[in-house]
Design a protein. Structure first.
Length: 247
């Protein structure tokens, strides 16, 4: 599952890369501040490209909320939904069946720009965090769905069964976020595609050769440490891990 991300690119970079514009100039300084570790369970604000206005970057709250809730009920919903993962991830396999997901599957898909994301690897009952980013250090576009609650966008990152690379990394749950190739982003935001088209995009394979993955400090998972610092993405090697696990 994908519960931890980093967003360190400036908004101008995201605008140029995804060919969009920030929807409100007043929030540029807020989103230009680098976030090296965003913990989904804190339900942070992140930028998304929503299908309904696919030429803009707009702020969204990480954790999808049912449309029958009001903005005053969002916080209470998150407290209740924590046992279900807080709406942070949505299983692609249930996209057209789950009562909450199917409302968004065809009309409210989104792209979530990130610099990278984190996944846990388990070895001898201990967790080792991995950081995954593009080898070219360009932004990654994760596939998501969203709801609109009054004036708020709330969103979830889609996940699917792990590719061979992510099976080695996320070796217990064996899941990964849906990463969109640059050529797929326009299609993902296209309101005219059908259910089969959506599934084809989700279950296509993002080239593993474009990604870099390595272990980092266990501080990532420590509630006692501020891990939203640049050094959290620094590579840390662990002798007890098989050095060839990603070969």
């Amino acid at each position: 599952m994908c519960f931890h991300t980093s967003t360190t690119h400036k908004t101008k970079k995201l605008e140029a890369h995804f060919k969009v514009e920030l929807n409100n100039e007043n929030i540029r300084t807020v989103f230009d501040k680098p976030n090296y570790h965003l913990n989904g369970f804190a339900h942070p604000n992140m930028l998304v490209i929503p299908q309904e206005k696919n030429q803009v970057l707009a702020p969204g709250v990480w954790g999808i909320v049912p449309t029958n809730k009001s903005s005053q009920e969002i916080k209470d919903y998150y407290k209740e939904a924590v046992k279900y993962g807080g709406g942070l991830n949505a299983k692609s396999e249930k996209l057209f069946d789950h009562y909450l997901y199917r409302e968004s599957a065809l009309t409210r898909r989104c792209v979530i720009p990130v610099t990278g994301f984190y996944e846990p690897h388990e070895h001898n009952k201990k967790k080792y965090p991995f950081y995954i980013q593009g080898k070219d250090r360009q932004p990654l576009g994760l596939a998501g769905i969203y709801s609109v609650i009054d004036t708020y966008i709330t969103f979830s990152i889609l996940t699917k069964a792990a590719s061979p690379l992510f099976e080695k990394i996320h070796n217990l749950k064996k899941r990964q976020p849906v990463i969109l190739d640059e050529l797929q982003i326009g299609d993902w935001l296209d309101g005219s595609i059908n259910q089969n088209d959506v599934k084809d995009i989700i279950f296509s394979n993002y080239s593993e050769s474009k990604l870099e993955a390595y272990t980092i400090s266990k501080d990532l998972f420590s509630p006692k440490v501020d891990s939203n610092i640049e050094s959290i993405t620094t590579k840390v090697e662990y002798a007890e891990l098989n050095k060839t696990m990603l070969d």
